[in-house]
Design a protein around this ligand. Structure first.
Ligand code: HEM
Ligand SMILES: [Cu+2]
Length: 564
């Protein structure tokens, strides 16, 4: 039986989540192309925007892709993973719909506020505050209310996972938590813990401020609250990718996951270490003692551990799969993998790009070397490898496998689908590599005019030229948007095709890991314990610095220096 036949209500919910995610992807991707062409001065006179609208485009791109597309896709994917791995229906479809609606209304409000930036004078004015929305940039209240509704909606959908799990636990008192559910719950524990920061920022400070109820806010405090959430949010994007790499990729490769216990350890490490790191985005901010920045750096470097464990486990599973398919030799087995299956190739290429993103991430995290690349275009170069590919390409690849099961329709335009991940990969290699190099030469991020006629000479890449870097960004961006269009054609074609035309060719069964849950220590399933330790770590990393920011009055901008 296909998923949609077994859980028709849940399948409908997941389809709606994915539908909104894909619309956001389409719109956000288009804005991405506009800004890439604009800032590289490619065909600029043909583009429909003015320099003053660059921030509107950039905000739309960042919010629609990094916040809307991700959150909707993740909430939907996790609804599938929970029902599928617990083998039971959701605790309450109503509650899940309520969460979805809150997210949907929030997204609509925020999107309209952003798009108002193109048409001054409309009721929502504008919201050119970028996806890192902290003071002193100020948006129309509709934007902040929208952001709050999006987060609260995700909390409600999250409650459905936990309540469904609670019911399952009552029926299975001694069983181990199924791996996918374990991943969903740990990811959401981290999400609850960290999104409190942005909720406080928005509800307590930014909404009253944008409504004019309070005259000023403390920019350092709102920045710190934002980044308290802003780093863990990247793991909120990444861990669903990990769920796919651990539980689906080995299957796509024709094999089985190497180790379930190792996967559990990795997710627990993320619960513990994701949150007490946010100050690594504030190395250059005054008003935070160096010692706490140093603690954040150390914690960040520790996060390498779960990622390296993942690289090991996933590659080992792939090799196992390839050898099952007859591959042999030291590296010859790589040829035996199903590179023409888009679900496999997309997920695998996304993982490969994540490895590159991990290396540039280590450079971002280093407290001194960060100064070299801070606020240059290196940073978007980094996160287009991570969220922009590790997450986004994995999401697209998984959709090739999952959407047929959610709709009961066979995947259409298969040839288009099988080239799509490669086009994305080549486009991203060009764009991201050029962004990294441009950043090393000092090209700033978030500006429409990085290289005026006179300015180009100010930037001096180690090799090549700024002109060539700009061409690579423009060509890469064009390929990316072409890949995006291909994905959308496949999805629309599949979704709108008549059901029952061809027998569904997907096999939804997920094989048992080589080393199963029973080999892992029971304490790993003790979610209360890990939550407790995570809270203690947050208090240690954030307690004193936050206290020193609020001690002079919560709305007072100045902060006395804190002894190191
Ligand atoms: C579809 C192809 C894409 C293109 C052509 C593209 C292009 C760009 C460019 C050129 C910038 C830098 C602008 C600047 O700093 O001046 C940028 C920023 C950004 N991109 Fe993309 N991108 C794409 C896909 C994605 C995806 C899939 C995501 C996330 C899921 C993403 C997330 C972001 C974010 C968060 C920013 C930063 C916005 C800010 O600084 O506030 N992009 N993109
Ligand atoms: Cu970070």
């Amino acid at each position: 039986m296909t998923y949609v036949d077994e859980y028709p209500n849940a399948a409908k919910l997941v389809r709606w989540h994915f539908g909104v995610a894909f619309v956001a992807l389409a719109l956000g991707g288009l804005l991405g192309l506009v800004q890439a062409l604009y800032r590289t001065d490619t065909l600029r006179s043909l583009l429909p925007i003015q320099a003053t609208e660059y921030y509107t485009v950039l905000t739309g791109h960042g919010v629609l892709l990094a916040l809307v597309f991700t959150t909707f896709f993740i909430c939907g994917l996790f609804l599938w993973a929970t029902t599928n791995s617990l083998e039971r229906s959701l605790y309450s479809d109503r509650l899940a719909w309520a969460g979805f609606l809150s997210m949907f209304v929030g997204t609509a409000l925020a999107t309209v506020a952003i798009l108002n930036g193109f048409a001054p004078g409309l009721p929502f004015e504008s919201a050119d505050v970028l996806y890192t929305f902290y003071a002193p940039l100020k948006a129309h209240p509709a934007f902040y209310v929208g952001a709050a509704l999006l987060v609260v909606g995700s909390w409600v959908v999250g409650a459905v996972y936990f309540l469904t799990y609670r019911d399952w636990r009552a029926d299975n008192p001694d069983a181990r938590i199924p791996l996918q559910t374990f991943m969903v719950l740990t990811t959401f524990i981290m999400w609850y813990l960290s999104s409190v920061g942005v909720a406080v920022e928005v509800v307590v400070f930014l909404i009253p401020w944008s409504l004019g109820w309070i005259g000023q806010v403390d920019p350092l405090l709102t920045r710190s609250l934002f980044w308290y959430f802003g780093h863990p949010v990247v793991y909120f994007w990444l861990l669903p990718g990990y769920l796919a790499w651990y539980t689906l990729l080995p299957k796509f490769a024709g094999g089985r996951l190497f180790s379930d216990p190792l996967a559990r350890v990795v997710f627990v490490l993320f619960v513990l270490l994701s949150t007490p790191v946010g100050f690594h985005h504030q190395y250059v901010d005054p008003g935070i003692a160096d010692g706490f920045k140093f603690i954040a750096m150390t914690n960040t470097m520790m996060l390498l551990l779960p990622s390296l464990l993942t690289a090991f486990t996933v590659v080992a599973s792939l090799e196992h799969g390839a050898r099952q398919r007859g591959g042999d030799g030291y590296l010859g087995w790589l040829r035996a993998l199903p590179w023409d299956n888009p679900a496999f190739s997309g997920t695998a290429l996304a993982g490969l790009m994540f490895a590159a993103g991990g290396f540039s991430g280590m450079i971002n995290a280093g407290m001194n070397i960060n100064y070299l690349i801070h606020n240059t275009i290196w940073v978007p170069g980094h996160f287009h490898l991570t969220v922009g590919t590790a997450f986004a390409l994995t999401a697209m690849a998984v959709s090739y496998w999952l959407v047929p099961q959610l709709t009961g329709k066979r995947l259409r335009h298969r040839t288009l689908a099988s080239v799509q991940p490669y086009v994305w990969f080549v486009g991203m290699t060009l764009m991201s590599n050029a962004m990294h190099r441009g950043g090393l030469a000092g090209l700033p991020r978030r500006t429409a005019e990085p290289v005026g006629d006179a300015g180009a000479a100010a930037f001096d890449p180690v090799f090549g030229s700024i002109g060539e870097i700009r061409v690579q960004i423009a060509v890469g961006a064009t390929l990316l948007v072409a890949a995006l269009a291909m994905f959308l054609v496949v999805m629309l074609g599949t979704w709108l095709s008549r059901p029952g035309v061809a027998r569904l060719s997907v096999n939804g069964h997920i094989p048992e890991p080589l080393s199963g849950a029973s080999n892992s220590p029971r304490v790993l399933d003790n979610l209360w314990l890990w939550t407790g330790i995570a809270v203690v770590l947050v208090v240690l990393a954030y307690g004193l610095p936050l206290w020193s920011m609020v001690a002079d009055g919560v709305l007072q901008p100045g902060t006395p220096p804190f002894p190191v």
